[in-house]
Design a protein around this ligand. Structure first.
Ligand SMILES: [Zn+2]
Ligand SMILES: [Zn+2]
Length: 519
């Protein structure tokens, strides 16, 4: 706690003036003027608040008792102790006042019709807390001669002529500040979306900036994101090279296909710095889930998890259903075989969305979208974020098949056998979706619903058979349509029931970070 030299009142960092201001006599001091006797450039003295509920820790320059935890949202008096903290090298001080932050958030919430009432209430919004988030900032340099393979192609008659070129040049690049989240209590998905921060406001760190604010504890190892940062530096430089005027007319391999970029571009890691970036932070707790709302403390960008009030949502969807009903009415003037095709397409799409939702829940709950958190929970490592996409792409491509069928039928009045075979294709797509989706459902544990999958596959099967047999009576087709619509409804209910599991996060459980390893 910083005392005013004139009156012993409390000094707090004031965002509007960027000075330490005394709450009692209004004196102002530059943040760099005030230091405690015990502060050095490497360490400074501060208070650590520890949440008895989740074990989350925060640092502050003040020792005012804090009545709630920003990470798990529980209302508890946090226990506090004085500690020696390692000082980051630089900081971006808060530029946006709490008033501005609250307004920006409220503006965003005006559009969130389905958000729970509490999530928008003024008392809740007042809970925004200024927290400095720790980041690792990596530096690289790339210097030396470069050699790229390029080519141009020309078409002459039936031949294509390709000329190959060796492109050479001198590279002199320097990266300062690829930053990555250095705290496991701050999700990567949030820290990435609340970025960017502008380098122009970076100033040397001094603990005065923390008076009236909090800082999250840095607990991610320096090297965790080095691989990602290196890749980013390489790809950036490579893409910039390709766009270089002299190289532009040659098609150069894309950086994704290029190997050994490290040696090619002479990438050298120059070390990392610890930074603190400002974020207004708030949490909303509902049962065993928590949602976070954040506002970038420098730029005012709002990023918030969007939980949904299921009651509000159901009423909203019912209202939405009316126009769909009329649309369906319209559909029934089409040939029944086409209506059936449209419904199969819808069912495939809806099953695909459900599978996407389950996949996203699965990633969130296994921390696959946060490398540092993943490594913390899986001590053996094995982080591989790429796996997820291939199956989804395949399924969605297959899901387009019925669409293509209908287009073909419109244009050429094809015989019924071919469309029927293609209907079978859409059924196979659904089965792919089902198998993968059910696996995720099992791994996520206690997820509501899921039977819709099997039902869709069965109904798609029945409908394919109907199309294949091409019965004389239209009732068969309409029967299939009704079956499909019912399963679609079933799946949509499941999607809704699981939505908040996706929009919110599991409650944090921090391991005890142990004693003060800096002391
Ligand atoms: Zn004073
Ligand atoms: Zn907590």
């Amino acid at each position: 706690m910083y005392e005013c030299p004139n009156c012993n009142g409390n000094l707090k960092f004031d965002i509007a003036t960027q000075y330490l201001v005394c709450g009692h006599c209004d004196s102002r001091f530059s943040p760099y003027e005030r230091k405690k006797d015990t502060d050095t450039t490497e360490y400074y003295e501060a208070n650590r608040f520890i949440c008895p509920q989740c074990g989350g820790e925060m640092i502050s320059g003040d020792n005012d008792a804090t009545a709630f935890c920003s990470y798990c949202g529980s209302a508890n008096i946090l226990s506090t102790r004085i500690s020696k903290e390692k000082a980051p090298s630089h900081i971006i001080p808060f530029k946006i006042t709490k008033e501005y932050c609250k307004k920006a958030y409220a503006r965003k919430m005006r559009k969130a019709f389905f958000a729970p009432k509490e999530y928008k209430s003024p008392e809740f919004i007042d809970g925004f807390r200024g927290i400095y988030m720790p980041y690792h900032s990596y530096c690289f340099n790339q210097k030396g001669p470069v050699n790229l393979a390029g080519k141009t192609s020309k078409r002459k008659g039936d031949y294509i002529y390709t000329d190959h070129y060796d492109l050479t040049g001198d590279l002199d690049a320097y990266y300062r500040g690829f930053y990555y989240d250095a705290s496991t209590s701050f999700y990567d998905s949030i820290s990435e979306s609340v970025a960017p921060f502008n380098a122009e406001d970076i100033v040397p760190f001094t603990p005065s900036f923390l008076s009236g604010f909090y800082a999250d504890v840095e607990d991610v190892k320096r090297g965790t994101y080095l691989e990602e940062a290196t890749k980013r530096a390489n790809n950036n430089t490579y893409d910039a090279l390709c766009k270089e005027k002299a190289f532009k007319k040659y098609s150069v391999k894309s950086s994704a296909n290029e190997r050994n970029l490290n040696t090619k571009l002479h990438t050298e890691y120059e070390g990392s710095q610890n930074m603190m970036y400002p974020v207004w932070f708030m949490s909303y707790r509902n049962g065993d889930k928590v949602a976070y709302a954040t506002v970038n403390g420098q730029t005012g960008k709002v990023v918030a998890d969007m939980p949904v009030d299921i009651k509000k949502y159901t009423i909203g969807s019912l209202l939405l259903a009316l126009p769909i009903f009329f649309l369906l009415n319209l559909l029934f003037t089409f040939r029944p075989v086409i209506v059936l095709g449209i419904c199969m397409l819808l069912a495939t799409i809806v099953a695909g969305i459900y599978k996407w939702e389950l996949g996203a829940i699965h990633r969130k709950e296994t921390y696959a979208d946060d490398k540092a958190l993943f490594l913390k929970h899986n001590k053996g490592g094995g982080y591989n974020p790429k796996k997820k996409t291939a199956a989804i792409t395949l399924a969605s491509v297959l899901g387009l098949i019925p669409f293509i069928v209908m287009a073909l039928m419109f244009s050429a009045q094809m015989p019924v056998l071919l469309p029927a075979l293609l209907y079978l294709g859409s059924m196979i797509a659904t089965i792919v979706i089902c198998v993968k989706g059910r696996k995720w459902k099992r791994e996520c544990g206690n997820i509501k619903g899921g039977k819709g999958y099997v039902l869709t596959a069965i109904c798609q099967g029945i409908c394919s058979v109907i199309a294949l047999l091409n019965p004389v009576h239209d009732y068969w087709y309409y029967g299939g349509v009704v079956l499909l619509l019912l399963t679609i409804l079933w799946i949509i209910t499941d999607i809704l029931r699981n939505y908040n599991r996706l929009a919110m996060r599991p409650l944090p459980q921090f391991e005890k970070r142990g004693g003060d390893d800096n002391a």
